[in-house]
Design a protein around this ligand. Structure first.
Ligand code: RUB
Length: 319
């Protein structure tokens, strides 16, 4: 039985009440923090057990989320480092480390916002898909000095495009809101195509909301550069361990009420994978690089340690 704060967060992530890879990772850490804040007086052993159970439940909440897995592996790493400390000192040390991790991520994001904003020219038009908090930060930074228009696809079946459109309007950015199937029609009006990413795989593909790859093909056709705003936390080493990156399939009811189409198989993949030849650049905290260079730089630094391997197995194999 996991702590109620963890249980509520797992449910919120599953039900897409919390969406977007960065928000998912941040909320998972916040749940662990809240749980620990609530558990004064427990022994280190008791706390360790609770943390591992929480990590396990959170790791399984959504399968295509390396930033979440990286955050959870960080918690396990810190547990290992601090396990000789007595109960409350151990508890506070983990809470302090979680706080620091969040601060570090904010620093990483500020760099991405600034590099991404440099790509947006005054008077230009950008087309985007879904809702990425990282890309919204880029737009917010660019909107401080420039005027531009964003064409936003509605992003069926969950309409994350509405969130993007509302946030852009609040920033004072001009929004053109279109159905997903109009993406090809409007691509020719765009100077840039920009999205966030859930995953950058070891073979340099970009996994993001379903429909992203189709729009990348259209962008390629019209010679529109495609930039992805994603931190190195999105790099997923699962393929290094011999796993395939899973693509989450969600409830068919998000697409249509099945009794409306008796006999039809209804499929609802949440994401698709765009190959590297369709991606101009990944805007990361290290700078803007093509996907192959990004992967070469990140994988040379990435340490697939036992903690990350453990979280990956929890998420993918339920171990
Ligand atoms: C959200 C989505 C976002 C990425 C990146 O899908 O595809 O583009 O998660 O987001 P969903 P961020 O709504 O199914 O979670 O930049 O905020 O990490």
């Amino acid at each position: 039985m996991v702590h109620p704060a963890v249980e509520a967060t797992v449910k919120a992530i599953r039900d897409l009440k919390v969406q977007g890879a960065s928000n998912v990772a941040e909320r998972a850490l916040a749940a662990i923090y809240t749980m620990l804040a609530d558990e004064e007086g427990k022994s280190t052993e008791e706390l360790k057990k609770m943390i591992v159970e929480a990590v396990e439940a959170l790791a399984r909440s959504r399968p295509t989320e390396p930033a979440l897995r990286e955050a959870l592996a960080f918690v396990l790493r810190t547990v290992k480092e601090k396990e000789d400390l007595p109960g409350d000192v151990f508890r506070e040390a983990i809470m302090y480390a979680v706080d620091n991790y969040v601060d570090l991520k904010e620093e990483v994001e500020r760099k991405i916002f600034s590099y991404g904003a440099n790509l947006i020219e005054d008077g230009s038009t950008i087309i985007t898909h879904c809702h990425s908090s990282t890309l919204m930060g880029v737009f917010r930074e660019a909107a401080k000095e420039k005027e531009f228009t964003v064409i936003v696809t509605e992003t069926r079946p969950r309409y994350q495009g509405k969130i993007t459109a509302r946030e852009l309007l609040q920033m004072g950015v001009k929004v053109v809101y279109v159905v997903d199937s109009a993406a090809y029609y409007f691509m020719r009006e765009a100077d840039l195509y920009m999205t966030g990413a859930d995953v950058i795989t070891a073979d340099a593909r970009v996994i993001n909301k379903v429909g992203t790859a189709l729009m990348a093909l259209a962008a390629h056709e019209f010679g529109v550069p495609y930039y992805v705003a994603a931190s190195t936390y999105k790099f997923d080493p699962v393929t290094i361990l011999g796993f395939r990156e899973p693509i989450e399939e969600r409830d068919p009811k998000e697409v249509i009420d099945p009794p409306e189409l008796p006999g039809a198989e209804i499929r609802n993949p949440a994401f698709d994978a765009t190959p590297p030849n369709l991606v101009t650049g990944i805007i990361s905290e290290l700078g803007v690089f093509n996907p192959y260079t990004f992967v070469a730089m990140v994988s040379s630094k990435k340490n697939v340690d036992p903690e990350l391997e453990r979280v990956i197995k929890m998420a993918l194999l339920g171990e």
